[in-house]
Ligand binder design. Sequence first.
Ligand code: ADP
Length: 345
Amino acid sequence: MMHHVNRVRSFARTSTARLSLSYLAIIMLMSIGFSIVFYNASSHELGRPPRDDSSQSADPTGFGPRYARDPQFDEFLQQRAEEGRQALRNRLIVLNLAALAAGCALSYYLARRTLQPIEANMEAQAQFVSDASHELRTPLTALQTTNEVALRKPKLSAAEARDLLEHNVAEVAKLQSLTDGLLKLARQDNQPVSHSPVSLQEVTGDAMNTIIHQAQAKDIAIEDNVPPMLVSGDQPSLSQAVVILLDNAVKYSPQGSTVHLSASQQGKYALLAVRDAGQGISAKDLPHIFDRFYRADQSRNKQTVDGYGIGLSMAKKIIDQHHGEIIASSVEGKGSAFTLKLPLS
Ligand code: ADP
């Protein structure tokens, strides 16, 4: 865990330094370039002999006609011009030093602004890979241990071997669902969603079709009271989010209970609620259930309900992409309610 954080930080340091230097080089090249052009133009102007266009003006130098051709006056003018150039050079040097100082700060600021979102993304990815490998390790180790223990037995009966194989197949199926979930989660991370008008009834109808067999297997009824409403978003993604909520409601509810689906309007938003009369979520777990791989102790320890703590984090990602909100409330032992707040179309 620390390892990838350090890698991201050292990447941040070197790339910030490089990018700042590039920005600074551009700023200084422009500043020095302008200064040189400005200096050349001004010094040319300063070194020009007084104009002799007496036809237009009786006193072209401003010092009176009698000075116009005086060599001493010419020399004086040259001297003044040289002084002017010197003053200009000094000013331009000071100006460029100031540009260097301001440029340093500006380049650093711009480099940080450019790199920060990239770093955040890298860190999230590294975190994801590290969490995912951790999650994969646990079932793999369990699988390895049971197989090793069986192999160490001097005699393995056909029935025992069969048991072992069945156990292996079940574990592999779980691993498969975990990797499927991980892939979906990874894809969800960088998938832009469309924002077209979507019927909320279609969203819940689709989700119901997916979950109905699971619900029937537990004799759980799903009551759908969603009125016609149009929200803005991507229908398959929204259905996926509702599937996750319904799947949990069924998983964490007792045999024969009822799950309610309802919707109402609040300002510019639709509120879609999934309510169950299941085991509920403790106040300690409630703030964490949307974290990746988080499972309430009860769900993890009892080993009765399959899952990897991916569902809700995926649902939250989908709803975030829709500029909506997902709110959970629960009374332990009584049931839970998950509400999706989605912008109306
Ligand atoms: P999973 O269900 O695979 O464990 P989720 O991310 O979907 O992962 O849910 C995270 C945790 O939140 C679950 O392990 C469970 O403890 C809790 N949870 C989610 N939905 C419910 C619910 N409807 N009733 C009770 N607990 C829930």
